[in-house]
Design a protein around this ligand. Structure first.
Ligand SMILES: *Cc1c(COP(=O)(O)O)cnc(C)c1O
Length: 372
């Protein structure tokens, strides 16, 4: 059997995005021990760089070992006790997953339902909270990668706080791609991913918890159901303080990669990265509309890092996608759930978001629409 040699692809789907060669180099550096003093220094630097990316001073800010879904479960399993009522806003696939996790934690989900492709309506959240005064946690998704819609998490958080609830915000596709200010917006707990706008390989979930969230976890009546995900135990390794103790073996080389990706983000500057995502997305939308197609989400609620395009009548969306992959080495995403067959999902995340890739995609897309 020969050594695996992956094809060269332009990754313009909902994640992973293309990884910078500089990050790939970092991943290939020699492995050292997960308690080596030099590695512990690297961990501290990663925490500091993540605080910058999240715009937070939260001490509990670190990359959890596992993909975005692990971060989702980590936040919810630590903040929910059996019997808790939790409001979950659902405007796409990922809100739906949060609801399932709430149930598995023994909580009772109360759903704020929103049409897929739209932002969560803050008035609907307020209505539900008014009717359910015994709720203490609200969960929502900032950037719904399944639909391409951006919700106003600043306003949603303000409303949740005015009803004495903490919030958990999914920022998997927002971190590094669109404006996100954990401290200024007073977001209590949030999880992200590395393979979207940070352009790392998948497998790590940056998370951050503020003091209110940490206090709530410290004051739990029951212990967290999962040993691996119990924040109190995880912080024995990732927490502040002189002594780092073994919890699990950290994915050492993945953390080299994340460190490099975060350095690149800092070098570029967060605001510049947000602006780059916005600019290239506008270019993409303009080009798509010039081909006679429509963008699925209305302009004010569009995510720059994930553009959804309505599939025109009479076109087999799967054929267009395979043509792009086979003839042009470009990957884009399909619609999920109720949007299957109805939209394409085109990602411009992290390292992938540049003008040249937009142009390459548009000419390939035009070719695919003609020849599918
Ligand atoms: C990708 C994604 C996730 C899940 O991340 P994985 O790394 O695939 O587990 C969760 N939420 C959102 C909004 C995402 O885009």
């Amino acid at each position: 059997m020969p050594t695996f040699n992956p094809p060269k692809r332009l990754l313009m789907g909902p994640g992973p995005s293309n990884v910078s060669p500089k990050v790939l180099e970092a991943l290939a550096l020699p492995t050292i021990g997960h308690l080596d003093p030099r590695f512990v220094e690297l961990m501290d630097e990663i925490k500091e760089l993540l605080q910058y990316a999240f715009q937070t001073n939260n001490e509990v800010t670190f990359p959890f070992s596992g993909p975005g879904s692990a971060g989702m479960e980590l936040c919810l399993i630590n903040l929910i006790e059996p019997g808790d009522k939790v409001v979950v806003c659902i405007n796409g696939v990922f809100g739906g997953r949060m609801k399932q996790i709430v149930e598995r934690c023994g909580g009772t989900p109360i759903v704020v339902e929103q049409d897929w492709g739209k932002a969560v309506d803050p008035e609907k959240l307020e209505e539900i909270l008014k009717q359910n005064q015994d709720v203490n946690l609200v969960a929502f998704v900032h950037a719904e990668t399944s639909t391409g819609a951006r919700s106003d998490i600043k306003t949603l958080t303000q409303i949740a706080h005015s009803y004495n609830c903490l919030v958990v915000a999914d920022t998997v596709t927002s971190l590094g791609g669109i404006e996100l200010k954990i401290d200024e917006w007073d977001i209590d707990a949030s999880y992200s991913g590395t393979q979207k706008c940070l352009s790392c390989p998948p497998g790590l979930s940056p998370v951050t918890f503020n003091q209110k969230a940490v206090d709530k976890i410290k004051n739990r009546k029951s212990s967290v159901q999962s040993w691996f995900m119990d924040i109190n135990l995880v912080l024995g390794y990732w927490g502040q303080g002189a002594k780092r103790t073994y919890h699990h073996t950290a994915p050492i080389n993945s953390l080299y990669g994340l460190h490099k990706a975060l350095l690149l983000l800092k070098e570029e500057g967060l605001e510049n990265a947000w602006e780059r995502h916005q600019k290239n997305s506008e270019l993409l939308c303009k080009g798509v509309e010039e081909l006679g197609l429509n963008i699925f989400v209305k302009e004010e609620e569009r995510l720059p890092e994930l553009v959804t395009v309505t599939v025109p009548n009479g076109i087999d969306e799967a054929k267009v996608r395979s043509y792009l992959l086979n003839e042009h080495n470009i990957e884009i995403g399909a619609g999920l759930g109720v949007l299957a067959g109805k939209i394409w999902r085109i990602g411009l995340m992290g390292y992938t978001s540049n003008e040249e890739n937009v142009k390459t995609f548009l000419s390939a897309f035009q070719d695919a629409l003609k020849n599918k």
